[in-house]
Design a protein around this ligand. Structure first.
Ligand code: MG
Length: 158
């Protein structure tokens, strides 16, 4: 078994909604990013790649590439799953934390978890998403950024 960790952050501005955990959340903010800016999926991708020692998200999906401008992070996650498949790994579980001041994510967590499990072909209960604020501190506290951390456990397929 192998473990990997991932982290991501993106700046936010006034806008028409956030892509987060694979959901489109209607709110007064949007991410400033090359892709759709889904910090949670990006952290999960890095956790999975790290666990398999396959490099990082920037190596596989460079933010300088036109191919990934406005990219749907769900597609990048599916591609990451295929990279792990090819390397002979299966995912055991993923835990994650999103740090964002607004909007409150409580009402979206279950749908995010189920959606991510579906994208990765995992059993129900395999993906955990937690959400917290930064208590008004720093860029996150001023609604100028969001961050996410993830950890993934994988094992070599039998
Ligand atoms: Mg990112």
């Amino acid at each position: 078994m192998r473990v990997g960790q991932g982290y991501d952050s993106h700046r936010m501005r006034q806008g028409s909604g956030l892509s987060l955990g694979g959901l489109k959340i209607a709110c007064d903010y949007e991410f400033i990013a090359h892709s759709d800016g889904d910090v949670l999926i990006h952290a999960i991708i890095d956790a999975l790649l790290g666990a398999a020692r396959l490099g990082d998200i920037g190596r596989h999906f460079p933010d300088t590439s036109e191919e990934f401008r406005g990219a749907d992070s769900k597609v990048l996650l599916s591609k990451t799953k295929r990279l792990l498949d090819k390397a002979g790994y299966e995912i055991i579980n993923i835990d994650s934390t999103v740090i964002i001041e607004r909007p409150k994510l409580k009402g979206y967590i279950a749908e995010m978890e189920e959606g991510l499990e579906g994208l990765l072909g995992l059993d129900k209960g395999s993906v955990s998403v937690k959400a917290k604020t930064d208590e008004g501190l720093g860029a996150v506290g001023k609604n100028e950024a969001a961050k996410a951390y993830a950890i993934a456990l994988i094992k070599k397929k039998a």
